[in-house]
Write a protein that binds this ligand. Structure first.
Ligand code: HEC
Length: 285
């Protein structure tokens, strides 16, 4: 058997990959629908207008409860992002009130934000955030699209090999698909037989289905001035794209360089193969 290593490798490959591809899920996994994203795939890029709309939606709706503390206002003007102009970035930053200091008298003081400031969080600390939200903590959304996602599901015998599982089930858009599903997944009424805890809301896609966040979405709550439909689905897609960018501002560059590296390696492989053939050509074998 060992004499035919390629059969063994092929068998292992089939055993591991085929069930994963078929989504043979271990345990209870919620099926998250896949969306088509402009940033998906090898050549994916962010849609600048969408990022601007998504930022607007975040600012007017989500920012009352959720911070984005790893972003600075100046990031909004960076290439590959929403690309607001310098003037717009200054104006957006100035809308925030930043606590600075201490001044010469040893006191903290308030001032308008500057482009170099980090996004100001809605609450001074986690305890204040919990008190305002009935005990639940609204997580900072800076890297939420990376932190969330429902795995595709792997067979039980792969489960213990967490490194295989993580490679096999991590795909770039899973966090975005989850976030979109979460935002459009609220139900006014829990299904029959489901006992809801006090202050909880039913959501099809939140693990356990009971979430402390009230439904933040409804049609026409934020004005788009470019004629884009003001629907829950559109809002959810826009704010998700924005949060995807927030978590990975260099996505476009990563993909561009990644592709070049693959081409480089491919050419190198061919050259090495030809060189090897040439070098060994005079040896009998
Ligand atoms: C009224 C306050 C409030 C608003 C507005 C709000 N959220 Fe939340 N959000 C919460 C709270 C509270 C939680 C924690 C829920 C829990 O743990 O049950 C939460 C949790 C979340 C989570 C984490 C879900 C998970 O998988 O753990 C995401 C993502 C999220 N919110 C996104 C958003 C987005 C995007 C918006 C804007 C469209 C938004 N939220 C608006 C209060 C809010």
């Amino acid at each position: 058997m060992l004499g035919k290593p390629h059969y063994t490798i092929f068998a292992v490959f089939l055993a591991l990959i085929v069930p994963i591809k078929q989504g043979w899920a271990a345990g209870e996994a919620i099926d998250i629908p896949t969306q088509s994203w402009s940033f998906g795939g090898i050549f994916g890029q962010f849609d600048q207008a969408q990022l601007q709309r998504g930022f607007k939606f975040y600012k007017e709706v989500c920012a009352t409860c959720h911070g984005l503390k790893f972003l600075s206002y100046r990031n909004l003007g960076q290439k590959g992002g929403p690309e607001f102009s310098e003037e717009q970035v200054k104006a957006l930053a100035a809308e925030a009130t930043v606590i600075d200091g201490p001044n010469d008298d040893g006191e903290m003081f308030e001032r308008p934000g500057r482009p170099t400031d980090r996004f100001v969080s809605p609450f001074a600390n986690d305890n204040e955030a919990r008190v305002a939200n009935g005990g639940a903590l609204p997580p900072d959304l800076s890297v939420i699209t990376k932190a969330r996602g429902i795995p595709l599901g792997v067979p039980w015998y792969v489960e213990p090999f967490y490194w295989i599982r993580d490679i096999a089930t991590a795909y770039q858009e899973h966090g975005a698909n989850y976030l979109y599903a979460l935002l459009v997944g609220y139900k006014e009424q829990a299904p029959d037989g489901v006992e809801m805890a006090e202050g909880m809301h039913y959501n099809d896609y939140f693990p356990g289905h009971q979430i402390a966040m009230p439904n933040p979405m409804s049609d026409d709550i934020v004005d788009y001035d470019d004629g884009t439909p003001q629907t829950v689905q559109q809002y959810a897609a826009d704010v998700t794209a924005f949060l995807m960018w927030a978590a990975e501002p260099h996505l476009e560059e990563r993909k561009r360089i990644g592709f070049r590296v693959m081409v480089y390696l491919l050419i190198l492989t061919v050259l090495l193969y030809l060189a090897k053939k040439k070098l060994w050509s005079r040896i009998e074998h």
